[in-house]
Design a protein around this ligand. Structure first.
Ligand code: 4AD
Ligand code: MG
Length: 443
């Protein structure tokens, strides 16, 4: 039952004037008494197919005359090159079999008019029908770009001999602050869903020295914004013997590599989305400037944005800051009070930590957060106590410092944030198959 012929290959001329068998789904359908026009889609593209009553078995013509959208189908026919047909080719059907018919009592629910009339509005309607919405061009395009982004993250790290390493998803403590922890009942105790792989990566840092992962992270984000999910895919790396600058160099090279890879491999998809390829090519080729937090605050204050020194930059501020950037920018040296305990205080001025966020242009804002870690036992105990965090869940983390601590650092990159930005999405939910937020865990 294997499938051998793909629509993209037909459209590229591989089968012109040949008889073929095609498997796919009906995307559009129109019929008169004597002729049926169908657009058939598969995962690679679409093609116009025509069946004439006089040319195929009467029973088969009867079967497809009233076939409904999204029925699955196997067709045999002759491929013809035809300039008028979308994609340049048309299939002239010689025989046909409906495999999974859609029943007239229960037609495919995603239609223009259903979207218009749905009570909760178009967005909610499409989220309710996400399992079916995945088949639309918009979603398949996004999912292909997403797949390429994942592949390029793996290739970046593997080309540099990083070891892929996995951390647990059930954990006992926070990395990124208690307010976004998901609590899970755990056999009479409490556990949490991981916010980041980092602390467990630090444990493996003396063993593997260069490591990375791509895994889900969880954050109980109550507010629904265009860049927050409660479950997102997190690409993280950790290196021994590296400081803030080296970690930033990797962040910069990784993002450039991702931009270059989608430009090379997903040109068609970027065109479908109307993305400016020049822009992506600038992201792939440019140096990403580095500026200190203080400079960003000054810039914002000059723009009359209300911000006080010491505050973390939330989305509204990053948006303003990055609207006029033409390439991603690093912000470094945030105030210690704005960042979690693991960030290493700057030996030159302990008010600041040796950290960075990478902000994407076009108003997208933070896509990477990382930096150098507090790596001596004395300093980490001070930082934990200063924050008022209990030591107990972090004993394993403190041990890393007790037994041969070395300078090290790493970063975390939100894969959906990167996909959103590079594909020019309006909202982060467009780039993940089943988006999770505070109001939705279905379908
Ligand atoms: O800046 P964050 O919180 O940093 C960390 O988790 C570090 N422990 C990572 C590390 O050093 N290994 O998160 C890292 C990135 C953010 O820059 C953002 O891109 C993404 O993760 N992110 C989210 N993406 C989608 N939805 C959310 N709710 C996100 N929260 C963070
Ligand atoms: Mg952050």
């Amino acid at each position: 039952m294997a499938k051998i012929i793909w629509i993209s290959d037909i459209q590229s001329g591989l089968y012109t004037d040949k008889n073929i068998e095609l498997k796919g789904w009906i995307k559009r359908h129109r019929s008169s008494g004597k002729i049926v026009f169908m657009t058939i889609r598969d995962s690679t593209g679409e093609i116009q197919c025509v069946a004439k009553k006089a040319e195929i078995l009467e029973s088969e013509f009867g079967e497809i005359k009233n076939a409904l959208i999204e029925s699955s189908i196997i067709l045999n026919g002759l491929v013809k090159s035809d300039e008028r047909a979308p994609g340049g080719h048309e299939l002239s059907i010689t025989s046909v079999k409906i495999i999974g018919p859609v029943h007239p009592k229960n037609p495919f629910p995603i239609t223009e008019s259903a979207m218009e009339h749905s009570e909760g509005g178009e967005t909610e309607f499409l989220l309710d029908n996400r399992h079916l919405y995945l088949r639309t061009k918009k979603m398949t395009t996004m999912l292909k770009i997403r797949s390429t982004v994942f592949g390029s993250i793996h290739s970046y790290f593997r080309n540099l001999d990083f070891i892929e390493y996995q951390a647990p998803s059930f954990v006992a403590g926070a990395v990124e602050g208690g307010s976004t922890l998901f609590e899970v009942p755990y056999f009479g105790k409490k556990a949490y869903l991981t916010q980041s792989w980092q602390l467990y990566a630090e444990a493996a840092m003396p063993a593997l020295e260069k490591l990375y992962t791509i895994a889900p992270s969880f954050r109980a984000e109550k507010s629904r914004t265009r860049r927050h999910l409660t479950e997102f895919w997190h690409a993280e790396m950790e290196i021994a013997w590296g400081g803030n600058n080296e970690v930033m160099n990797h962040g910069e090279s990784l993002v450039r590599h991702i931009a270059k890879t989608i430009l090379d491999e997903r040109t068609e998809e970027l065109n479908i989305l109307g993305r400016d390829l020049e822009l992506i090519s600038t992201y792939a080729d440019s140096k990403y400037p580095r500026m200190r937090y203080d400079e960003a605050v000054e810039t914002l204050q000059k723009l009359n944005v209300e911000i006080e020194w010491g505050q973390d930059l939330d989305y509204s501020k990053e948006k303003i800051l990055t609207q006029d950037f033409d390439v991603p920018h690093f912000l470094t040296h945030y105030p210690k009070i704005a960042k979690p305990f693991y960030h290493r205080p700057d030996p030159d001025d302990e008010k600041y930590v040796l950290c960075h966020d990478l902000l994407a242009p076009e108003g997208y804002g933070e896509i990477i957060g990382g930096g150098e870690r507090t790596w001596s036992e004395k300093e980490i105990l001070e930082r934990i106590d200063e924050e008022g965090t209990p030591r107990e869940p972090y004993e394993f983390y403190i041990d890393i410092r007790r037994f041969g601590g070395v300078p090290h650092g790493g970063f975390g990159m939100g894969v959906e944030r990167v996909c959103s930005w590079l594909s020019g999405a309006e909202h982060i939910r467009e780039v993940i198959p089943f988006p999770r937020d505070s109001r939705r865990v279905t379908p």
